[in-house]
Design a protein. Sequence first.
Length: 203
Amino acid sequence: MQPFRTLTSLAMPLDRANVDTDQIIPKQFLKRIERTGYGDFLFFDWRQTAAGEPLKDFVLNDPRYKGAQILVAGKNFGCGSSREHAAWALSDYGFRVVIAPSFADIFFSNAGKNGIVLARLSEEQVDTLLRNAKTIAGYQLTVSLEAQTVTDGRGFSASFEVDPFRKFCLLEGLDDIGLTLRHAAALDQFEAKHDEAVWLKAK
């Protein structure tokens, strides 16, 4: 997992509330066994017509936001089923931060474990960011995990809360496997002693 400290990027506005995980990554793509490649299917049903033609008025198809790594969305983002694939799809597409007034609990956990910073701001603050991202060409935000702030260099500044343990993991780039491997030497020592005890008992 890539460490996160500070990111300055274009902000993409997704002015919708209650964005559920079935829209983030529809169920027909959950059969994949890899954790990569999901970005191609992010918001699949919103990005195109039934005939497969791109919808020009959907924000992911708008060239103004190409390369954006910060997504600004409405309240209750990530509601619905608990699929971790939603976090994989956002990350694989290139998003490293999602800003919203609130997030579904399971999605919040899944996103953090996959290196995505979720910043809860007030509805008024998010409305300001959505408006700016829609109306100001090349609108950028800077998200500092170390300082726990969101700024735009134009006078906007807001702070967000983050669990200290999750913050540590994001700063260090540690997912669950990475956390376990930090104790590899102790685990190896335990296994060696365990194997020796089993061998001695079997004699």
